[in-house]
Design a protein around this ligand. Sequence first.
Ligand code: ADP
Length: 242
Amino acid sequence: AASSAPVLEIAGLTRAFGGLVAVNAVDLVVHSGEIVGLLGPNGSGKTTALNLVSGVLRPDSGSIRFAGQAIQGMPAYRIARLGLARTFQLVRVLNGMSCAENVKAGLAFHRPHLARGEIDDTAHRLLQRVGLSGRDGFSASELTYIDCKRLELARALALKPRLLLLDEWLAGLNPSELLIGIELIRSLKDEGLSILLVEHVMDAIRSLCDRCVVMNSGRRIAEGRPDEVLADPAVVEAYLGV
Ligand code: ADP
């Protein structure tokens, strides 16, 4: 069960692009050990919200507290080193490198104090963890799509995160890969990781999320258990665009 201490606490988060308020006074909390889904139709502000939390973008106003510390306006690498990791909508791996080198690059950047041998062992262990056993020397460019996703996850886990942001990590997987992906995410939660995920795959939302926050036109329009919010007329209306 989730404890009461929030790992992430967002209040009044706002960011505009010119006259368009992409994220408008959004409040959102992720408690320790929870999986929270951030839902909403295309263009509702979900990715912008993730970019604000991870420091890719600076908020115009509002506060973001991570593990008790104010992080709004901090550069992305500092936020990452505090233990906040993310994946991207378009998978980002280093194609010219092996799987192990991909993970080691992440380890060397975010945990520079690790000794050489520790880096090798940890990279090997992280590849096993995401289901890439035996692929250490494999070129990242030769991986299948789901294995690319696994590798990106291993790179994110290299941070030893307390909170993981997943931006449509399950998008594009076929039905059997989807089951594997869902189990992988669930196993991370079982290890105590807190997760905020942007997702459109309804089966994944229903089976993974403890709670969902729904956005539309930059604003938070609903919050609750997946079955509650997906039955909420305001949410259905937002998705149908009526
Ligand atoms: P979602 O992830 O829910 O699809 P986004 O956060 O990507 O939504 O986009 C929210 C709104 O902000 C959209 O109208 C989008 O066009 C706009 N937007 C996002 N990023 C930028 C940007 N860098 N410059 C201008 N407008 C942007």
